[in-house]
Design a protein around this ligand. Sequence first.
Ligand SMILES: NC(=O)c1ccc[n+]([C@@H]2O[C@H](COP(=O)([O-])OP(=O)(O)OC[C@H]3O[C@@H](n4cnc5c(N)ncnc54)[C@H](OP(=O)(O)O)[C@@H]3O)[C@@H](O)[C@H]2O)c1
Length: 271
Amino acid sequence: MTMSSPTLAFLGTGNLATAIVKGLLAQQAYRPSDLTCTSQHGVTAQKLALATGISFEPDLPRLLAMADTVVVAFKPQSLAGADPRLAELTAGKLIISVLAGKKLDRLAQFFPQARNIVRTMPNTPAAIGAAITPYCSLRSLTAVDQAIVTKILGALGQHLPLAEEYMDAVTVVSGSGPAFLFEFVAALRDGGITAGLPPAVAEKLALETVLGAAKLLAHTGTTPEILRDQVVSPNGTTFAGLQAMTKGQFRATIQEAVLAGARRAAELSRA
Ligand SMILES: NC(=O)c1ccc[n+]([C@@H]2O[C@H](COP(=O)([O-])OP(=O)(O)OC[C@H]3O[C@@H](n4cnc5c(N)ncnc54)[C@H](OP(=O)(O)O)[C@@H]3O)[C@@H](O)[C@H]2O)c1
């Protein structure tokens, strides 16, 4: 049996890169011998290589020599200090960046000879293959590169091509969105405790209710407003609760949270 050379290289091997590698191998989209990786200090890369059977290559020229596609998966703040040899070594390669807030034109300064650059914005459910990942590219993707992007982002969950102008809003809606939802679950749990439930019961009810409601929404394909109205009877308990939410300006508060996050994303992507 002949061993193939790694065609997909990972620069950075933290939480997200680990989720991608594990997803790709679980889906048999790539074999371990197709994947190679490095990290700043080598420890996380060696750990990932040991856990999954992919190769660890600390030497940058050797890492990138055979690679066709490079997943850039370090922290956004590491970009400025990244190895300057990357500019030459990534010539002709497809770059897939998961760096939050780093624009295509900024990425193009670091990878000027890449055949194309894809900017993505995964969210934390990526860790269990349940992400939604909007992405955009510097130039139109060829059919071959589109297939590569689909395969790699598919390891994290769903993916959605979108114009770059939407990326700041995306960063807060789907990027920060899980945190907003966790905050809602915590509030529902705390409300349950205040209403007299034992904490463990309130926690389970809050989680399972959000999970079940989200599944119902996805399953029915209808709007949240229609499903909400199906729970409301005139002057009933849900009605009373929703009235309290309106009085507390729930929708306006969430809208302001999204706008504040989008403003911050715009500031950060200019940095
Ligand atoms: N986690 C998510 O769900 C999520 C969601 C959206 C976007 N992202 C994006 O994903 C990226 C990675 O996040 P993470 O949570 O996976 O980070 P992380 O767990 O902190 O891992 C960062 C990795 O980058 C490596 N690294 C740092 N500088 C490097 C360099 N110059 N060259 C090569 N490797 C370098 C680190 O190496 P050492 O371990 O050797 O120091 C480590 O393996 C970020 O850009 C973030 O914006 C993550």
